[in-house]
Write a protein that binds this ligand. Structure first.
Ligand code: MN
Length: 750
């Protein structure tokens, strides 16, 4: 934290002392009367040490600095429900970093548990304070690693961040922006995953307030203006339910409040609607005062009374009582149709479940005795983080983005043939499931039996599915697999295997190159290899060796270079380079053998350009396209209507190159289509008949999901160009019972 060494505050010393003591008493009061004498003494000691250490420091607002650690300790005690150890560490959290105090001092005074928690907190803040924005992801990784060590570190850190956000107004504008965006990038997702829903909402709202002030203020004032009308509506909604609950002698509290400002803003943004069109601004919450043995029964009783009055949306029932989330969250959620045909979200939970919902992990620990199944889930989650982070070959940025999907997404529960529950990210496939059980199982997976029915590896799993993985020793991971998985674990393992395979293959190229250089009398030193790789336009020595091993690069080309002992003389650089016009199916036979051409406007006519097809939109000849100059991966071709196009054009207009297709040879391109229609027997047969029978198009994969008589299928096919694709779409559309056929984007990073 930034501080001011000089006492510039006009407040007298006595007034400061009074303020500090008041804050301290307030903290002790919030800890409750059941605090043991020994604990009270320890906290007092930590307070004295911290006050003394920070005695010359002030916050940007002018207050004595110690008020910040005291406030953090209070958040830790009251809003996260942690105990004495955490309160003490919160009081000490900035001492080692900002004052003379050392970890040894803390260890001597309190013991090693304390010093290592404070050390964890100091490590995180060291990275946070660097100005490099690129440090942000590295920072996130560090934070997650500490989380896996002792979750208390990250909980105290979240409290620290919450207090800094609450007092952000006194910071400089640029610092505000940086801290606020870091908060929404790192801390809010973490708070969410740890089950600290209240804190998560507050962090997000505060972050919005400092990053998009106009929007924030606008929503706040609109919420104020419509408050009375909304309260009247909800009162009308709950009155009949209350009457019935009283009759049934259920003891409960009911509350309702508007959703967080940030979530309203998200809705407006994602659904492209105005504030007035976001109708489900409220969530109604019933909290039951039931004994633990009866709470499940009571929750369903309330559900039943509620749905006797209002029609529930069957798609929106969430039973987290039978299957709690991995962060311990338990509740029953449903959305029902209220008066005037408006949807209202209702949450039903017991007082015990409510405490877990508000205080997350910590409250969860409090109740954990005896119930090992929940504890195991939490442990399994922490273990999976550790596995992800200690992956030897991971690229931090990718890792973070993979991990963040896991942080934010909902979960589904599937079973092994033996009945063991596995928690997967929503949208998870059979392949995700295989990797979740074991990397080896994932690596060799060729399909699965879901509820005894044979499905492909790309099959999307549903809650409650029983999954048996089928493997083959001959199977190995393919780059396409990245399109079939959603979990961070599966993604990072697949990327790892692909790299491993490439590295093995590249060894052959390396030997060949070394032999060749030896014949010139030139050592195959790392520097020399780098010079050659650069000269022939390869991103790395690995890529260079790999190209030699596949025959893509012939070592005969080395003749153009002058070798004289260790000295290498390079000719003038020309456009000799990798011949890779690869799409996402990198080592696919159909693609690597031949070329198709692309004309870039502004470049010389007929000159061949190296480029790759963007995997986010998989352009095919005939599509309207543009080129984008990437840093490090050369030119990438995107469709004009690629989902990433707006942001690329907006942010990096100067790197965009106009492009169009020149001609097309007999090659195929991978593209995806989505079909929706009425589920009737034989429909799949009809579809495959058109694809592989009539049009003789090569199908790569197909997954069909059907629900309530409607099916949705995703099919990946190889087509020659846009004409062929259009023809295929038209034919499929003309089938009876088919509702809609459209081309879809494969969701992958740019
Ligand atoms: Mn702090």
């Amino acid at each position: 934290m930034a501080f001011n060494l000089f006492n510039t505050n006009p407040t007298s010393e006595d007034q400061d002392k009074k303020m500090i003591l008041n804050a301290y008493r307030d903290l002790m009061k919030s800890m409750g009367s059941s605090l043991k004498r020994q604990d009270k003494k320890l906290i007092r000691r930590a307070f004295e040490i911290a006050t003394d250490a920070h005695r010359h420091m002030r916050r940007k607002s002018g207050e004595p600095y110690i008020l910040h650690p005291i406030a953090v300790a209070k958040i830790v005690a009251t809003e996260i429900s942690l105990g004495t150890t955490s309160v003490i560490c919160a009081l000490l959290h900035d001492t080692v970093e900002d004052t003379e105090l050392t970890f040894d001092d803390i260890e001597r005074e309190f013991g090693s548990t304390y010093s290592s928690i404070v050390e964890g907190l100091t490590k995180i803040s060291n990275v946070v304070e660097t100005n490099e924005t690129t440090q942000q992801t590295e920072n996130f990784r560090k934070i997650l690693l500490t989380l896996a060590d002792d979750p208390r570190v990250i909980l105290i850190k979240i409290a620290d961040r919450l207090h800094n956000m609450r007092t952000l107004a006194s910071m400089r504008k640029d610092k505000q922006l940086k801290i606020a965006s870091e908060t929404s990038f790192i801390y809010a997702p973490l708070a969410h995953r740890l089950g600290l829903y209240e804190i998560k909402s507050e962090l997000e709202d505060l972050s919005l307030k400092y990053t998009q002030e106009d929007i924030f203020n606008d929503i706040v004032s609109k919420l104020d203006n419509t408050k009375n009308e909304r309260i009247a509506y909800i009162e009308e909604f709950i009155t009949p339910i209350k009457t019935e609950l009283d009759k049934a002698r259920v003891r409960y509290d009911v509350s309702y409040r508007s959703k967080s400002i940030n979530s309203i803003w998200n809705k407006m943004k994602n659904k492209k609607v105005s504030f007035e069109e976001v109708y489900d601004l409220f969530a109604v919450r019933f909290i039951l005062n039931s004994k633990e043995k009866k709470e499940k029964e009571d929750c369903w009783k309330v559900y039943s009374i509620l749905t006797n009055h209002y029609r529930p949306n069957p798609e929106r029932l969430r039973d987290w009582i039978s299957n709690p989330k991995s962060n311990g969250y338990e509740a029953l959620h449903t959305t029902v149709m209220g008066p005037e045909g408006r949807w209202v979200e209702v949450q039903i939970r017991s007082a015990r479940m409510n405490e877990i919902a508000e205080k997350g992990l910590a409250a969860h620990w409090k109740y954990k005795d005896g119930d090992t199944s929940k504890e195991n889930k939490l442990d399994a989650w922490l273990k999976s983080i550790r596995e992800l982070l200690t992956n030897p070959d991971s690229n931090t940025l990718e890792l973070i983005s993979d991990f963040k999907t896991d942080l934010f997404n909902d979960e589904i529960y599937c079973y092994t043939p033996k009945g063991e529950v596995r928690v997967l990210t929503k949208g998870g496939t059979a392949l995700d499931f295989a990797f979740d059980i074991h990397s080896e199982l994932g690596k060799t997976c060729i399909g699965a039996k879901v509820n005894y029915k044979l499905v492909p590896i790309s099959h999307v799993l549903k809650n409650g599915d029983q999954v048996e993985i089928i493997t083959s020793k001959k199977q190995k991971p393919h780059i396409d697999w990245l399109l079939y998985v959603v979990t961070g674990k599966a993604k990072s393992r697949i990327k790892y295997y692909l790299k491993e395979e490439k590295r093995e293959k590249a060894l052959e190229g390396q030997y060949e190159l070394e032999k060749k250089l030896k014949s010139f009398g030139t050592p195959a030193s790392k520097e020399n290899l780098q010079i050659l790789a650069n000269h022939f336009n390869f991103d790395s020595i690995l890529d260079f060796n790999y190209a030699i091993s596949t025959g893509e690069f012939s070592t005969k080309k080395l003749r153009t270079i002058g070798f004289e002992g260790n000295k290498i003389t390079l000719p003038a650089k020309h456009q000799e380079s990798k011949k890779n016009t690869r799409s996402s199916t990198e080592d696919n036979d159909e693609l690597s053998s031949k070329q198709f051409e692309l004309i870039l406007f502004g470049s010389e006519k007929g000159s061949k350009i190296d480029y790759k097809l963007a995997v986010c939109c998989n352009p095919i000849p005939g599509d309207d396209v543009f080129g984008f100059v990437t840093t490090g991966e050369g030119l990438k071709i995107h469709r004009n209507n690629c989902p990433n196009a707006p942001s690329l054009l907006a942010q990096y207009g100067h790197r965009v190159v106009k492009a169009k297709w020149a001609k097309n040879k007999e090659i195929s391109f991978l593209t995806s289509i989505q079909i929706t229609g009425l589920d009737d027997v034989g429909v799949i047969n009809k579809i495959t008949n058109i694809i592989s029978g009539d049009l003789k198009v090569n199908m790569r994969s197909m997954s069909i999901d059907s629900k309530g008589g409607i099916f949705e299928g995703n099919i990946t096919v190889f087509v020659k160009d846009k004409d062929e694709l259009d023809k295929l779409l038209k034919e499929l559309e003309s089938l009876e019972g088919i509702n809609r056929v459209r081309r879809i984007d494969l969701t992958e990073e740019v």
